[in-house]
Structure formats: structure tokens, C-alpha cells
Design a protein around this ligand. Sequence first.
Ligand code: ADP
Length: 614
Amino acid sequence: MSTEKTHTHEFQAEVRQLLDIVIHSLYTDREIFVRELVSNASDALEKMRLLQLTEKSVFDDQLPLEINISTDEAARTLTFSDYGIGMTRAELTENLGTIAHSGSKAFVQAMKQGGKDGSNVIGQFGVGFYSAFMVASEVKVYSHSWNNDAEHLVWSSDGATGYNIEEAPGQHRGCKLVLQLKEEDAEYAKPERIKQILAKYSNFVGFPINLNGDRINNIEALWLKGKSEVTEEQYKEFYKFASHSFDEPKYTFHFNADAPLNINALLFAPTSNSELYGMGQMEPGVALYSRRVLIDQHPKKFLPEWMRFIRGVVDSEDLPLNISRETMQDSVLFRKLGQTVQGRLLKFLEREAEGDAKKYEEFYKDFSRFLKEGVATDFDNRNAIAKLLRFESSLTADTETISFAGYVSRMKEEQKNIYYQIGSNRKTIEAGPYLEAFKAQGCEVLFLYEAIDDYVVSALSEFDGKKLTAVNSNDVDLGESSIEGDSLSTDDADKLCAWLKENLQGRVQEVRIGKRLVSSPAMAVMPDGEMSPQLRQMMKAMKNEDFGSAQVVLEINPAHAIVRKLAGVTASNPELSGLLAQQLLDNALLSAGLLDDPQTMINRMHKIMEQALA
Ligand code: ADP
């Protein structure tokens, strides 16, 4: 048997860490524990409501689905009770003694590593219950499960190292949490204070909440109202409620439709992206209702996975109430509803992006990776998502961006393709050999800076009928460029190409006279069907295997001094010209991001330097 000081059960190590963070680091917004506990109670009631549809025998079946909160200033206690599903002994141990979700573990990790603003995300990662220990020196959870055979129990803990579970006869179905408040947190035993907090966070809870016996929330379904009946403030409040967060919605999209499907949707895009904090993948955040009754809080496959950052509610009278989640996901109606919402949402974002580019840019900075994931994975919406992408380009000012449509609108008359270059940043791209000819012709090139962009362009392959073409690909044709000044004759240039091909045997597929070089002597072009340098690097990193060297096409610039002079010494100085040929190729490969073996190149450079000094 346990005494007051000894615990019969120890917390899992992660729980102890979590408690430590919750109690000591999250000083601000301590009041959120009320929201967290009410939200747990509401979840338990929701589960009960669903169980009652199928289970014949339920403990305390007559009890209403509601939440009761009571305060006791003299005893300095605050009590939350719900007639939800309750917990068995095993569930108390599992749910309140361990952290099952990987998300919470990621949360602990992230908080330890740098302490982002944790209160913003605390609710999203299932650490809710433990927030009670921010204000309580002891928490008791009295419970009886909905199952008739379960025990009457009390779980208790001081939030330090462990907890006890003992029998406690006379419990109702559900959970009753009694918080013994810390002296400095006595304010939470005052009814006015709790009322004020509930007004802030719990207006939209779908079950009645009573405080000391008085009903305090009116269940409001904002999404069923018309736009003109809802204020900006109400939208924000609802967003915070629905998304468990403290940031404000970046975009609010409210629409009601009657035909062909009845849809009342209230959707939000957040301001901050919690996945950027290393918190793991978000769960789908759009809940599905029918006539105000929650059908599924996190419906899978309703919206495509990349839209998981969207929060809010979709309510349709056309959805039957008693449909099981599994059957629902296969129904035509469910799919149609999903498609309609997706389409409207994408159109909405497109309009917003055009209407207020600056605001969209802020959104895009944090959320572009979802859109890009969408282009790569969501075939149905691919073209619509492509309209939402933004890139820097050779014609934009630093950090200014344009859309594909913007690019197309300023394409030159004879231009057929949309050109892009993948590179780590503007400086690197602009210093490389590929851009020269495009610049000379005044032809715009999009700059793509992220690894995923390679997938995006290959998944998309075209926009508005224009082929997306990498500047280093074989089929770039910018027409003849007029070479000014001295240049090798075509004959001499052809001879040099043949000589180079011979000397670079096994390393190049072809050597030819380039039409698009201005101030660089040579460049590497990817033959059709070769994987891009970026993909190649990624595959190498992932599989840790060697694909052999890339077989490129080497294009030379017959007007460049190095090329002209090289042509003159191939016969008279075969040793030096041999070294220079290899070096010319390596330089081109380096610019292309394809040089696998820098050491060989460095050794060769040393030989060339020796000869230069001789
Ligand atoms: P989350 O609610 O995000 O899962 P919590 O730490 O708040 O994380 O709660 C852990 C688990 O404890 C819940 O998932 C739920 O199974 C259980 N739980 C918490 N509060 C209640 C309650 N009032 N009634 C029934 N189960 C509860």
C-alpha cells in the first residue's frame, strides 16, 4: 500500500521531462490548462456519444453529456467533471503515466533544444492533461469507465515523479479532476476568473458547460451563419478554439453552398507552421460535421494529405449522421464533398494571392513546402496548386517573386518553354555559365532554391502548355548567338571538338560547339534521360551508392581565349593540352554540381600550376 510520499507507479521518463517543461518553462498563458481540461472532457463526451449509438449496456447510461466545473475558494480547489467514457485502471496508467504519441516526444525534444514558444503548440501535441500541474500541487482524477464491469478509482499525483491509483467507491461514469491549487495560483479557485477564461476559449465546445451549476456556454455553430453575421473577432476566436493555438489565422475562408451539395465550410490557414519547429507531421485539421453534430474530428482522406495545415470545419446536411467512419471514406458523397471543398479552397487562395501579394508572400514563406508537396503528390489538384507557386527569377529584384502565370505573360514572342535553374541561391546561379545566353537574349529564367523543387518541376512538366525546361538540359535552343570578336573557324572548332572527345573518352557523351556561351569557355549539358544533378546528389545521399560519373555533353565556346589557345597547342604541347582538356571538363562539372572527385582535380591543378610557373 502506498503512503503519502511514496508512489506506487513511476512516470515514464518522457512524462517527467514533459512535466518539467510544462511546469517550469511555460509561465505565460498558464490559464490554458482550463482549455486543455475542458477539451479533454469534451473529447471523452464525444466518444461517449458515439458509443451510445452502438453499445447496449453502458454504466450510468442516464447521465447527460455535459461538463460541470466547480470552484471552492476556501479549500483552494478547482474541479472538472464530465460524464464521458471515463478510464479503466489500465487506461489511467496508459493515458496519464506515459506519452504514447510521437508528437509529444518531438515536442519535448524541440522544447529542450531551443524552447520555441511552447504554449502555442502545447495543445496540438497531446500534452494537454499535464498542463494542470502548472497551477496545481496535486491532481486527483476520479473515474469510472463506461464499461459496467470497471472499477471505481482515483489516480493522484503531485506531478513530480509518479502517481498512485487506488479504489474509490461511489464514482459516476466519466472523470472528475480535482486540482489542489498552488498558493500563488489561488485565482483559479475564483468563479469570475474561470468564467472569464471559459468565455475566451470554450464558447464553441459542443456540450453544455456548467460553472457552479450555471450554464455558461451557448453552443454556436458559426459556420452555419452567413458571412455578414459573423465578426472578425468571432472568426479569430473560433480559429483559436478549433486549432488549439494562439496565433491568428492568416486566411479565413467561409462559404455556404446549397447545390449541388449542401456545404457550410469555415476554413483557416494558420500564421505559423508548427512543422517547421520539428514537431512532426500535423494531423488533418478540418473536422467534418453534419447538422452541427461532429462526425469525425480528423477525417482521413477528406482533404489530400498536403492540406493538413488547413484548420476548421465542414458541415454538410447531406452526410448521414449514423454512417461509420470507414464506410464514409468510401462513399461517393464523401469524395465529392472533399473535392468541392478542395477546389473552392484553391480558388480562394489564388484570389488572395493576386489580391494581396505581400500578405501571400508572408504565408508562402512558411507554407510553400505544403504546396510543393501537393504538386508532387496530388495529381487531381496539381495544376491548380501550380498557380500558387512563386519563384525568384533572373529578372526579379532580390527576394521579389513571380508566378508561372506572371512568367508566361512576359515570355518573348518566339519563346516556347519556361526556363528554370535549380541552385542553392541567387549568387551561385548568377555566377555560373548557364545563365549567360539567357541574359544576353533577355530571356527570363526562374530560380529554384529548394531540393524539393526538382520533384515539383518534373511532376508538373509543363504549365499552360509550356514545357518546363532546365537551363542545363540538352534541348535548350535559344537560336544562333552572334559571336563578336575573334573566334575559331567552324573547321578548327570541329577539329577541337573531335580532339576533346577523344581525350575525354569515357567521361563525355559528346563534345560540341555551344551556341549559348558568352563569357565561359565551356559548360556541361545534361543529355536527355539523364537524371538532374540535384536528383543524383539526393539519390547518392540516400542510397549511399555510386552511380559512376555522369555522362554529360560538353559544349565549348569557340570565342573564348582558353578554347582558342587550346586549339593552337594540341599538337605542339600534347601533355599540357591533355591536362587542360580534363580541367575544362572538371570546371564545367563543378559548375553543374556534378563533380564527384575533387581530389583528382586538385592534383591536376597542381601540375598545371607548375607548368604555368615553368
Ligand atoms: P490528448 O488529449 O491530447 O490525447 P492528454 O495528455 O490531454 O492528451 O490526455 C491523454 C489521454 O488521457 C487522452 O488521450 C485520453 O485518452 C485520456 N483522457 C484525458 N482526459 C480524459 C477525460 N476527461 N476522460 C477520459 N479520458 C481522458
